[in-house]
Design a protein around this ligand. Structure first.
Ligand code: ZN
Length: 278
């Protein structure tokens, strides 16, 4: 039994066909890629045509998180050129070696002066050395986000327990997205209770991933689509550069796993994502 079917099923049951139709018609199947690195140099030659391809395929908006201080300027420039790309600024745990305490002060300045809506990509990654430094930078950025009332984009690799513990200990209230979420239903519930959406991307295509196994139990209000382009290509395109277009396949995969009407599902995902950027 899945809970998220409620709105649609309730309307259907009540034979409120007009409202039911409205729920469906309202959506034009527009999609938002809530996590892609379009600032990466690998897209310099193709960015314009890629954005056009996305537009032609109804992918109308993107969130572009930054990875380290030296990328911030380019992220800002790209998002100034393309108003449908929302920037997030932050210090990514995978590049922890490059981060300096000074960058935290700069983050506070940039959030202020560039009217940035989201802090990211921040988080913890157990594959990367210097976990204590990661924890200290993660907590400092969360505290900044709380102070400036910004949602965050969190990268978590084998670190859900530590992340949930820090979020609770500092009483973080701004929510955000758990990027490339790959946890079970209990972890998903914990994040949802803390006000987070779960980024669903190419991991869903791997039948043995935790997310593929448990997704049918997730509430639809928790979910947003993401590509992580140029990383995390689809299983059959492992050596290729991933692009935001892959969220269309992830959408179809999600549609198959949840057995929800396509338009209803697309509309829900779109609105879940809008809460982050509007
Ligand atoms: Zn990323």
């Amino acid at each position: 039994m899945v809970v998220y079917f409620n709105d649609y099923q309730k309307l259907k049951k009540e034979k409120n066909l007009l409202q039911c139709q409205l729920l469906v018609i309202k959506s034009n199947h527009m999609f938002i890629d809530t996590h892609c690195h379009l600032d990466f140099d690998i897209f310099d030659q193709t960015r314009l045509s890629l954005l056009q391809d996305c537009q032609n395929n109804d992918i109308t908006h993107f969130i572009n998180p930054a990875t380290s201080f030296d990328r911030w300027q380019k992220v800002i420039e790209i998002t100034q050129k393309h108003s449908n790309i929302t920037p997030a600024l932050g210090l990514h745990p995978v590049f922890i070696e490059q981060h300096d305490k000074n960058h935290l002060d700069l983050l506070a300045d940039w959030l202020d002066t560039h009217s940035i809506k989201i802090v990211g990509e921040i988080g913890l990654d157990k594959r990367i050395a210097d976990f204590p430094k990661q924890q200290s930078f993660f907590q400092a950025q969360l505290e900044l986000a709380e102070q400036y009332k910004k949602p965050v984009i969190i990268h978590s690799v084998k670190s859900h327990n530590e992340i949930i513990q820090i979020l609770k200990s500092i009483k973080f209230t701004q929510g955000g997205i758990i990027h490339a979420f790959n946890g079970n239903i209990n972890t998903a519930k914990s994040y949802a209770h803390l006000g987070f959406k779960l980024g669903i991307g190419t991991l869903l295509h791997y039948p043995h991933s935790k997310i593929a196994k448990d997704i049918s139990q997730f509430h639809i209000d928790w979910l947003v689509l993401e590509s992580d382009a140029p990383d995390m290509p689809l299983p059959k395109k492992k050596n290729k550069i991933n692009t935001p277009l892959s969220i269309l396949q992830t959408f179809m995969c999600l549609h198959a796993k949840l057995s929800l009407p396509k338009t209803y599902l697309a509309q829900k995902l779109y609105h879940n994502s809008l809460t982050l950027i509007s």
